[in-house]
Ligand binder design. Structure first.
Ligand code: BV8
Length: 255
């Protein structure tokens, strides 16, 4: 049984933030812990607009490899536990993930915001066309935007993920703020799982939750960079901790 448990009742609004650690037990490599993704590829080269500009083939190889790998992985008990929470809390749960591997969606989570985008979506590097579903492997020729081509311009297609130095979708940030504001009037709980707390603005959500009077929990294999910002820390593997982390008091109805 975890050291601390998250008590949920009819008043609780639960905001969950997940990072790569939640997918580690599914076989998806993390970024910064033991043999992480960034070790072979400096993030400047593969996760910035400048890196894409400089070497789009390298970036497409990096993301194509991750697409192929993530497609082989299955949700683990940590993803399943969070999906089950959505069944019980309904609109009083919001799951925000930094992960682009699609595993929360495949586990059935729908009240989900993928704030760093998705491996399985592609968009134009130039025009404002909407991202489209895409699980293809880019090997030889670099894909180009046919809409731009139709208007006589050449533009590359790119993974629909948020790179360093790029703004997060303002709609996503607004939805998170609105959830925190609603939780503030009831009982707000913030849970971060499997994240090193290294990347902003995601790593600052704990502060937003505290400013709204929220009780904050971190479940992580190691102490995170922003560990001191949490009221409670449960050290462990999310696939083992999450299934028994929550205790329900009172008949938890849908919001
Ligand atoms: C922004 C792309 C406004 C998708 C990613 C200077 C110039 C520009 C910006 C900045 C700057 N200085 C600071 C910034 C802000 C910057 C930032 O935060 N930089 C950091 C490095 C300091 N942020 C941004 O640029 C963001 N945009 O701020 O716009 C702006 C614009 C211009 C100028 C200023 C501001 C955009 C951030 C998004 C970047 N994109 N990835 C992809 O390829 O995936 S970030 C990348 O890191 C991934 O998305 C990943 O999700 C994210 C966070 O990593 P984690 O998920 O936490 O993973 P990590 O490996 O680090 O940790 C895993 C943890 O799990 C470990 O602690 C481990 O112990 C634990 N664990 C392992 N196994 C388990 C486990 N825990 C539990 N169970 C297990 N089994």
């Amino acid at each position: 049984m975890p050291a601390a448990r998250v008590r949920l009742d009819d008043e609780t609004f639960l905001l969950v933030l997940t990072g790569a650690g939640v997918s580690a037990e599914s076989g998806v490599p993390t970024f910064r812990s033991g043999g992480g993704l960034w070790e072979n590829h400096p993030l400047e080269q593969v996760a910035t607009p400048q890196g894409f500009e400089a070497d789009p083939r390298l970036v497409w190889r990096f993301y194509s490899e991750r697409r192929a790998q993530a497609a082989q992985c299955e949700p683990n008990p940590g993803h399943v536990a969070l999906q089950a929470l959505e069944e019980r809390l309904g609109e009083r749960l919001l799951l925000v993930t930094q992960n682009v591997d699609g595993l929360h969606r495949r586990a059935g989570s729908r009240r989900l915001i993928e704030i760093h985008g998705s491996l399985f979506a592609t968009r134009c590097a130039r025009c404002q066309r909407a991202p489209f579903a895409d699980d293809s492997q880019v090997t030889a020729t670099l894909p180009e935007c046919e809409l731009c081509a139709a208007s006589g311009r050449r533009a590359l297609l790119r993974p629909a993920v948020v790179w360093f130095g790029e703004l997060l979708d303002p709609e996503h940030l607004r939805a998170i703020e609105s959830f925190i504001a609603r939780g503030r009037r009831r009982r707000l709980v913030f849970l971060a799982v499997g994240t090193s707390g290294a990347v902003y603005p995601a790593a600052g959500l704990v502060d937003n939750a505290r400013a709204a009077g929220g009780e904050t929990f971190l479940v992580n294999a190691d102490p995170a960079d922003n560990l001191h910002r949490f009221h409670h820390f449960v050290q462990g593997q999310s696939g083992h901790v999450l299934p028994t982390l929550f205790e329900f008091s009172g008949p938890t109805q849908r919001a």
